[in-house]
Design a protein around this ligand. Structure first.
Ligand code: FNR
Length: 326
């Protein structure tokens, strides 16, 4: 996996499932991170090839709960991101998926209490020995590239010191979200502090924070010196941000997302969550579209909301003729 000069879709919980990753890639994303999945959850899963959908699924044993779905099309660009606080568990989880993904990433930036109270996400930033243990264990035992994603520490000097320790573990790249743990999403990302890390390391640094338009890719590259850029909210609100041809209308992007969700039989909760985020950004959930999305119980309902009943029917019929399952 080459991490130089890449446009990267950031990991986003409940958003970065297969249809959203494929959507971003269609518009030009080179690397697409999946939503964070906790190691505890993945180690309860078994791998199953889903002939019905054409996907590879990781399903919680004894249930039909799909924890992670991927497909051959994205094999060379999908990054599996995990939440972990333990090297042995992280390795067990990585071994389950590593043959089906392009890289394995460890989330070291999530400030949510769920992550931090479990010793995961941003909690790791204060434990450099544990970071070292997790990353070296993964590096030594799997052939797939290993990376991690961090936030900034209190001082730029502290972040650079940590980044240097991380580099020594042999990771292939380091993604840096240019905010500190206590910063809110509305606080501006500190591109200058990402620049300090870029100049201190030899491995590729993926710069992340406040890229909302295609031309921001160039601005953040110039400001940080990083050749690769990761974008979260800008892509959530309009996945065509990756396109060099300019943004498509968000209504068209949203419709394409609905079609991909139908095609890949996405978890309806994930599709609804993503649609709600998009609608809230541009309009309001109180209007008829928002209310209909909230009320939808399955993908067939969502297909109706967006006038995609015919597409839904065609996909279902095609699957039936291929597999004999409805
Ligand atoms: C995130 N972020 C995030 N980060 C991470 O490492 N793993 C994750 O699963 C998530 N989930 C997530 C969900 C949603 C809806 C958002 C908006 C963000 C953080 C994200 O990857 C990114 O670092 C920040 O949002 C900053 O980038 P932007 O939004 O300024 O481009």
């Amino acid at each position: 996996m080459d991490y130089e000069n890449k446009l990267v879709l950031a990991p986003m919980v409940r958003v970065g499932t297969l249809p959203f990753r494929l959507l971003a890639a269609d518009y030009g994303a080179d690397i697409t991170y999946a939503e964070e999945i906790i190691d505890h959850k993945l180690i309860k899963c078994e791998r199953k090839v889903n002939e019905y959908i054409g996907s590879t699924d990781f399903i919680e044993k004894g249930t039909d709960n799909v924890v992670f779905r991927t497909c051959n099309q994205e094999r060379n660009r999908v990054v599996f991101q995990m939440g972990t606080s333990d090297a042995v568990r992280a390795l067990k989880a990585a071994q389950i998926v590593c043959k089906d993904v392009a890289a394995v990433d460890v989330n070291m930036g999530c400030p949510k209490s769920f992550s931090v109270s479990g010793g995961m996400g941003a909690a790791l930033l204060t434990k450099p020995d544990l970071i070292h243990d997790i990353l070296t264990t993964l590096r030594r035992n799997i052939d797939t590239p290993v990376t991690c994603k961090i936030r900034l520490l209190k001082s730029s000097q502290d972040t650079v010191e940590l980044a240097r320790r991380i580099e020594k573990t042999g990771v292939s790249a380091l993604a840096v979200h240019g905010r500190k743990v206590a910063d809110r999403p509305r606080d501006p990302a500190k591109w200058n502090e990402i620049a300090d890390i870029v100049s201190a390391l030899s491995i590729p640094v993926i710069a992340n924070g406040d890229v909302f338009e295609h031309h921001d890719f160039h601005r953040i590259k110039v400001a940080t010196g990083a050749s690769s850029v990761m974008v979260a909210r800008g892509a959530l609100w309009n996945a065509s941000i990756f396109s060099p041809k300019g943004k498509a209308h968000w209504e068209d992007v949203k419709r394409e997302y609905v079609r991909k969700s139908i095609l890949w039989d996405n978890d309806v909760k994930s599709t609804k969550h993503t649609l709600r985020e998009i609608i809230t950004h541009y309009s309001c959930l109180e209007l008829p579209e928002g209310k209909a999305v909230i009320k939808s119980e399955n993908l067939a309902d969502l297909a109706k909301v967006y006038g995609e009943e015919e597409y839904y029917r065609l996909v279902s019929e095609n699957r039936f003729s291929l597999t004999g399952h409805r």
